[in-house]
Design a protein around this ligand. Structure first.
Ligand code: ATP
Ligand code: LTN
Length: 336
């Protein structure tokens, strides 16, 4: 019998840090797309706890945040039967490949990373080598699985580009080894901005909780935060340069409701900012409600969450081991 050629589905890899509670920015910029991509692609998702310790973490809190994030990802719709979902530190190949890649990355390249510059400015007391090296560990995450696409928010563009450069350099030096991955950015809400300073991205580690919407915020809190969002004094709801606060709210509303920016402008013609902010808050609270309900159920089942970690780690180790062995052979390490 003639064999049918098997078409390999495109491989997806992405990760999120357990540095706090997931924000609306993480959800719209990344996780919501991860959920949708499961139908079409071969998906691998990770909780990047090794990246998280580049900024000082309380050990007990980190442990809790890791399991909590596992529950949240499941609640958002990541399905461990269809996708591989694992905790980074439980798969040792990540640290191992990142050492080899370190030796193919230039000091100058890492010095140009804007996230490193931002984070070292924010934590001047702890500019550790891990913070500098963060993008190389991220490159190892992606390249270990031979990922074709990396769905991330806009802030990770530079890191994905660096990953491609490292992969290309390795392939030139040692022969074809890594697939060159491409970034995959959402068309809407690729960069959700802070509600308190719309020129800055919304970040879960912001000191001011009014600046971000957490996925687990209660509906009243969500409404309150949107009502106090910083806008402008024009009282005109349209998307235009210089109206960063309104642009941000319109993007969020559009990403949640599926309406276009023009439809939103028409819907709120002649209405005030108060009414618009309330509508955005209500739409967001409504969209998050089912996620919050599912989260509570997962959160209470610690044994199930730990089982998911174990299964995901075994799958990820098996897949990544192949790449690591190839890399070790190519660079001239003796095999055991
Ligand atoms: P931290 O504040 O600890 O640096 P973070 O909120 O930036 O964390 P990460 O865990 O680093 O979140 O990012 C997870 C994913 O969410 C990445 O794909 C990232 O691009 C995306 N993301 C983070 N913040 C935003 C945002 N404001 N808008 C859109 N996407 C975002
Ligand atoms: N640095 C990413 C998180 C991350 C990641 C990855 C994203 C770690 N490893 C691999 C995509 C692919 C961030 O979002 N801050």
């Amino acid at each position: 019998m003639e064999q049918q050629p098997t078409v390999r589905k495109k491989r997806i890899f992405s990760a999120i840090q357990p540095t706090g509670i997931m924000t609306l920015g993480n959800y719209l910029g990344a996780v919501r797309n991860w959920v949708e991509m499961q139908d079409e692609f071969d998906c691998i998702y990770s909780i990047a706890n090794m990246h998280a310790i580049t900024v000082r973490q309380d050990p007990k809190e980190l442990r809790e945040n890791t399991l909590r994030l596992m529950a949240l990802l499941l609640a958002c719709g990541i399905d461990p039967e269809r996708s591989v979902l694992f905790v980074q530190s439980q798969v040792k190949t990540h640290a191992e490949l990142s050492w080899v890649l370190n030796c193919c990355t230039q000091f100058g390249e890492l010095s140009r990373m804007t996230q490193f510059k931002d984070k070292s400015a924010r934590h001047p007391e702890n500019i550790n080598a891990g913070l500098f090296d963060y993008p190389v560990l991220m490159a190892a995450d992606i390249l270990l699985y031979q990922a074709d696409l990396v769905p991330v928010g806009d802030d990770q563009r530079q890191h994905v580009e660096l990953t491609r450069n490292i992969a290309q350099r390795f392939n030139t030096l040692y022969g074809q080894t890594f697939v060159l991955p491409e970034g995959y950015y959402p068309k809407l809400a690729a960069r959700v901005m802070s509600l308190q300073d719309p020129t800055k991205k919304m970040s879960k580690s912001d000191d001011n909780p009014k600046a971000f919407i957490s996925i687990l915020d209660k509906p009243e809190t969500i409404l309150k935060k949107f009502r106090s969002a910083v806008t402008d004094s024009e009282a005109q709801i349209c998307y235009r340069e210089g109206k960063e606060g309104i642009n941000n709210l319109m993007s969020i509303y559009s990403a949640i409701t599926g309406r276009t920016l023009q439809q939103i402008t028409d819907e709120f013609a002649g209405k005030g900012y108060g009414e618009f902010k309330t509508a955005v808050g209500e739409a967001v609270a409504e969209a998050l409600r089912p996620v919050q309900e599912r989260y509570e159920a997962y959160r209470q089942d610690k044994a199930y969450l730990e089982g998911c970690c174990r299964k995901g780690a075994e799958q990820a180790l098996r897949l990544s081991q192949r790449t690591l062995e190839k890399v070790y052979r190519k660079v001239g390490f003796l095999s055991l």
